[in-house]
Design a binder for this molecule. Structure first.
Ligand SMILES: [Zn+2]
Length: 188
C-alpha cells in the first residue's frame, strides 16, 4: 500500500518490507489464475467481440450489467444505507447518476426510428422492474396470452382421408334420412 503513506507508522507493519512482500505474492498468485476466472461475454462496443472483463456473479462485468440488482431489486435503484460512511455523498452521486441516465435515455429515444421506438417500448412493457415473483407471474401471463393467440389464429388441421370418407358417409346417411322423413311427411 504505497498510496497509504499517511497511515504509515515508522517501524510499524504498514508499508514494511514484510507487508509489501505479502501483498506482492498475493497479486502474483491472483494474476496466475486471473485468466481462468469467468469472463464477461457481452459484446464490446469497439469490435463486438466478447468483452473479457472479469465477470461478476451474474456473468457480466461491472460495465455490462454485473452490478444490476437481481431478484426483488431487479432494475430498481439501490440506495446507500443511511448509516453507511459518506451516505449523503453516495446518495447525491446516485441521484446525479440517475438524472444523467434519464437525460441520455431521452436523447436516445429522440433519435430512434418509429420501429426502434416500438421495439423499445415493447421491451419496457415486458421487463418491468420489481420482485422476481411478480415478474415471473407476468411472464407466465404473457406466455399464456401468446399460446391463446396462436391457438385462435391457426386454422383447423386438414382432415385425414379416413375422416373425409367417414364424413362423406355421414352426409350420405343424413341425406337418406332426410329423404325418408320427407316421404313420411308427404305420404303419411
Ligand atoms: Zn463486460
Amino acid at each position: 500500500m504505497r498510496g497509504a503513506g499517511s497511515h504509515k507508522v515508522p517501524g510499524g507493519w504498514r508499508g514494511s518490507a514484510a507487508q509489501i512482500a505479502i501483498g506482492r505474492a498475493a497479486i502474483i498468485k491472483w494474476n496466475r489464475t486471473r485468466h481462468l476466472q469467468p469472463k464477461c461475454g457481452a459484446a464490446r462496443k469497439s469490435d463486438y467481440e466478447p468483452c473479457q472483463n472479469l465477470a461478476m456473479a451474474n456473468g457480466r462485468c461491472h460495465k455490462h450489467g454485473g452490478k444490476t440488482p437481481k431478484g426483488d431489486g431487479w432494475h430498481k435503484p439501490s440506495w446507500p444505507h443511511r448509516d453507511a460512511p459518506g451516505a449523503n455523498v453516495k446518495l447525491n452521486r446516485k441521484l446525479n447518476d440517475l438524472q444523467r441516465t434519464a437525460a441520455k435515455r431521452e436523447k436516445r429515444l429522440k433519435r430512434m426510428t418509429p420501429e426502434e421506438r416500438a421495439a423499445h417500448e415493447q421491451w419496457q412493457r415486458d421487463h418491468k422492474p420489481g420482485s422476481a415473483v411478480e415478474r415471473e407471474r407476468q411472464r407466465e401471463y404473457r406466455r399464456q396470452g401468446r399460446a391463446t393467440r396462436l391457438l385462435l389464429s391457426t386454422e383447423p388441421p386438414p382432415a385425414s382421408p379416413e375422416a373425409q370418407a367417414l364424413q362423406a358417409e355421414i352426409d350420405e346417411l343424413k341425406a337418406e334420412l332426410f329423404e325418408l322423413e320427407f316421404r313420411r311427411g308427404v305420404f303419411a
